[in-house]
Design a protein. Structure first.
Length: 157
């Protein structure tokens, strides 16, 4: 993924603005890495959904259906599922951060400390994703390092 110098895609900017102000650069880079991993660097965000957040029966907002890959019993399956939808990037970013802070509170603490490996482990324990924990953690750490370096050099972190 390449950005123009000093730029971050609008979806990334909205996500950084939704993050609490006290979160350190290393944590903000991890938040970007998580969302980028889930959305193909913000290229696959139907309904302005930052993290593949499913629209469960308790969800009262808008929803969008699309095919997603899930790993069940060690097998990759393509399933049509309902996901939360938002009118704006900002609304999607705010809900993504709020969901992580509440439903995945233990993982959020690891994110605040910038610990990508522990963050991935705690998300896995909370059933956030179905992929291999080792692969997910490795990609999160790699993306976090890239966003941290790029963000600091280009001035958006």
């Amino acid at each position: 993924m390449t950005f123009q110098p000093g730029s971050l895609p609008p979806a990334g900017k909205a996500l950084l603005e939704a993050a609490p102000w006290h979160v350190l650069d290393v944590a903000r880079a991890l938040l970007l890495a998580h969302s980028a991993l889930e959305t193909g660097h913000w290229k696959k965000m139907p309904g302005n959904n930052y993290g593949g957040i499913k629209a469960t029966k308790s969800w009262k907002g808008k929803a969008v259906s699309f095919v997603t890959q899930e790993v069940l019993g060690g097998r990759a399956l393509f399933l049509t599922q309902n996901f939360r939808a938002y009118d704006t990037l900002e609304d999607g970013a705010k809900d993504f951060v709020a969901l992580l802070q509440t439903r995945y509170a233990k993982a959020w603490v690891a994110l605040e400390h910038g610990d990508a490996i522990l963050y991935a482990s705690l998300l896995k324990q909370a059933y956030y994703y179905t992929a291999s924990e080792a692969a997910y953690a490795r990609l999160l750490r790699l993306l976090q390092t890239q966003y941290l370096s790029r963000g600091r050099s280009e001035g958006w972190l």
